[in-house]
Design a protein around this ligand. Sequence first.
Ligand code: ASC
Length: 548
Amino acid sequence: RKVRHYQWEVGYVFWKPDCQEKVMIGINGQFPGPTIRAKAGDTIVVELKNALHTEGVVIHWHGIRQLGTPWADGTASISQCPISPEETFVYRFKVDKPGTYFYHGHYGMQRAAGLYGSLIVDVADGEREPFHYDGELNVLLSDWYHQDINTQAVGLSSNPFRWIGEPQTLLINGRGQHGCSLASHVLEGLSACEINSSQCAPVTLPVLPNRTYRLRIASTTSLASLNLAVGSHKMVVVEADGNYVQPFEVKDMDIYSGDSYSVLLTTDQDPSSNYWLSLSVRGREPKTQPALAILNYHPNSATKLPTAKPPVSPLWNDYAHSKAFTYRILALKGTERPPASATRRIALLNTQNKLNGYTKWSINNVSLALPSTPYLGSMKHRLAGAFDAERPPESFPGDYDVMRPATNPNTTQSSGVYVLDFNTTVDVILQNANALSANVSEIHPWHLHGHDFWVLGYGEGRFTEKDAKGFNLKNPPLRNTAVIFPYGWTALRFVTDNPGVWAFHCHIEPHLHMGMGVIFAEGVHLVSRIPKEAIACGMMGKKFMNLP
Ligand SMILES: O=C1O[C@H]([C@@H](O)CO)C(O)=C1O
């Protein structure tokens, strides 16, 4: 059991992720940030210095439950105060469970500026993974906009609303190519890429023939849902969000923002050739070129381009294909099962709305507005008035028609919190609906902090009591991110066993910015010794100033 120390400086850097130079947020001068690699049971210590000149920063360790360290979850306004420029905050937390994770900014839209990297936890010494592999390849996925995040954020919070549109480029390990294709020799109508910067050089994944590789895949996209395929190769899915799943074979797979997976790929194809790894957009009309990387069979040159066309991805709106993949994700035998029943069920209706002319997303007609005083501090110290006292609604009107735009699109805004009794079982029904325009319902990947949840089921249309009878209590997968399909519902169960205040939100960056999230608080009175520097701002800052 080691303590692993990192000293990081977060700052703006000039970078060319897709060959066009822009300003991005980097760590220690690099993008993506450094990979954290540890063993289960280790303690990670990141001394984070904020070198952004005029804005705060925090980093969230996505998929790490922060058992006993809720102040290290890295969520501005929720678990801590933003770290001021020139200040250093020390994140210290345990990585208790092996798996594929990542980290990213969780203040404003900083993730979309490039503030992210991989976090990989190996099994503890003496332990073994429940599958075999000879080597590993890391595949961190993201999307990239040429417009800077401040302009994006201002557009989203303006009236008239300015939507960010589709990303310019998909990135693999922080690299992509814009306005050209690596496969122009086999695809018509696309110009060849002239790569003049190593920062946008094609990603090559070196492999030996007749071996099995573990691809560690994670998506930190701002908006895009993705489909990944490797030409001529099949993949066996073995891990999702740091939990083992019953292995199943696929030709291609969907990856939503906030998801992570491990897949096993066997290099059993003709070794005289290299192969494409292809990444394309789904769930939204694709206006972004697929990203390509090269699976490089030894001893071929890494620059030898595959002679085959890149694998063709399913149609962007082939939801049957997406659902078929998602429904196959089930827990590996021996995974902890959920409690047989829940003591509370919260039904959360996701709608797109208007608030005084501004475009928002709401949950049970409440659009999330974060307070200036982090909840963790104000709730622990019972500070009245730091956020809206009224509890958000437990459910939504029984006659709400999820298939049509709301008859009244007007919404409300609140910083209200769902307070959950400690050590109880809670069910959450995520209910999707029609957005503001007719015949539009979008995909939303929901991510829970501080927990894994069991995904008990998915369904079409409005959730009814009958649907609860069909919940999968036998082998539901444990995850921290779950998707709701257009016009559908998704049912989750978790146990409130981790004292803290936890965000639960759509992982699409602009949607969270527009209010698509809720706050769960559980056992906050049991949280002890919150480091002062985590919560000494807003009303808590004033309270500390008055202390003797
Ligand atoms: O939140 C969103 O806003 C736009 C559109 O609904 C309005 O322009 C879009 O596609 C979203 O996902």
